[in-house]
Design a protein around this ligand. Structure first.
Ligand code: UDP
Ligand code: MG
Length: 139
């Protein structure tokens, strides 16, 4: 294991529900350092670009609509084995399958409106961090 960075989003459902603070506290209590953070609202083009890997999937248009419906919080997070660790703290994509005590078990509504994003691999984390943050913001 080594210190690593990952990328995360508090999604529009959780921001609108006033759960952003509790989700950030959950992440910090799990041992992550918040390296960078900002609130923003995605344009349709940004959402389509960020989720381009899913563009052929049946849920893509709904996902883009959801991710652009309101403000989100984007974050760079750091700890040992951060990518895998955040995925564990988040829980399964479908909250019905998420383990007790995970963020999605606590706050997600369904497989689409699932409150948080986390990168799925170190290479993806690099790409996703670069999508939202400049070099200076990641110092
Ligand atoms: N999603 C959806 N329907 C599905 C699968 C995924 O609406 O059947 C949405 C959901 O918001 C999910 C995102 O698309 O978080 C990206 O899907 P992915 O399989 O990458 O899940 P994640 O990595 O977020 O767990
Ligand atoms: Mg994913």
């Amino acid at each position: 294991m080594s210190v690593e960075r990952t990328f995360s989003i508090v999604k529009p459902d959780a921001v609108a529900a006033g759960q952003a603070g509790e989700i950030l506290a959950h992440i910090e209590k799990a041992g992550f350092r918040i390296v960078a953070l900002k609130m923003m609202r995605l344009t349709e083009a940004q959402a389509r670009g960020f989720y381009a890997v899913h563009r052929e999937r049946p849920f893509f248009n709904g996902l883009v609509k959801f991710m652009t419906e309101g403000p989100i919080i984007v974050m760079a997070l750091e700890c040992e084995d951060a990518v895998k660790g955040l995925r564990e703290v988040m829980g399964a994509t479908n909250p019905a399958n998420a383990a007790e005590g995970t963020i999605r078990k606590r706050f997600a509504q369904n497989i689409e409106r699932n409150c948080i994003h986390g990168s799925d691999a170190p290479e993806t984390a690099e790409t996703e961090l670069r999508f939202f943050f400049s070099t200076a913001e990641l110092l």
